[in-house]
Design a protein around this ligand. Structure first.
Ligand code: ZN
Length: 193
């Protein structure tokens, strides 16, 4: 049921090559900037349809995604599922939370969507928020799985449109640092080392 290839990401200008500092603190030679992939609304809509097709058996009644990264794809998945609303979580004093009057009915079946799963940390935080509100997380989906694990949320069903193994290193073992390549934090300008 469809999927995205690295060539698709490259064509969208979303596969960046260089020397990047990941949010985990590790360094990598590649970075997938999903926001660039989703910059084309038609592409975002198609990705949402593909994820929805793979996950519709979960019978979700609500889609929840973490802001900001998950908002566009979460919205598109909910649109494709039809008659399913979309909520997003956001950080409030560092804590993931549902705000803005978003209410989860007890027993509501919830699909959690992300753009990129790296450690799965923010997806798990969203799951915790939903569960604390009485919802039941039935599945998870992402555009990109770069966790190195096929399903970091097992036994919960999980699917990603693209699974990539991106080489990454602790800073003191990074070959790019060793050869003096300037470090970039994605979304910002190169850092002085
Ligand atoms: Zn490095």
């Amino acid at each position: 049921m469809g999927g995205i290839t690295l060539d698709d990401m490259t064509a969208a200008g979303a596969l960046l090559e260089g020397h990047f500092k990941l949010s985990s603190g590790r360094h990598s030679s590649r970075y997938l900037q999903c926001a660039l992939y989703l910059a084309d609304p038609a592409r975002a809509e198609a990705a949402g349809r593909q994820l929805a097709a793979r996950l519709e058996n979960a019978g979700a009644q609500l889609v929840v995604a973490p802001a900001l990264g998950g908002v566009i794809i979460g919205h598109e998945v909910a649109r494709a599922l039809e008659d399913v609303p979309f909520y997003f979580t956001e950080r409030s004093d560092g804590e993931m939370a549902l705000r803005r009057g978003f209410e989860v009915q007890p027993g509501c079946r919830v699909l959690v969507v992300e753009d990129v799963v790296t450690t799965g940390g923010s997806t798990r935080e969203v799951m915790d928020v939903v569960t604390r509100r009485g919802g039941v997380v039935v599945a998870a989906g992402a555009i990109v799985n770069r966790s190195g694990v096929e399903n970091p949320f097992a036994p919960l069903p999980f699917t990603a449109l693209l699974t990539v193994d991106v080489p990454n290193w602790a800073p003191d073992a990074c070959p790019l640092c060793a050869s003096g390549v300037p470090l970039t934090k994605p979304g910002s300008r190169p850092e002085k080392q």
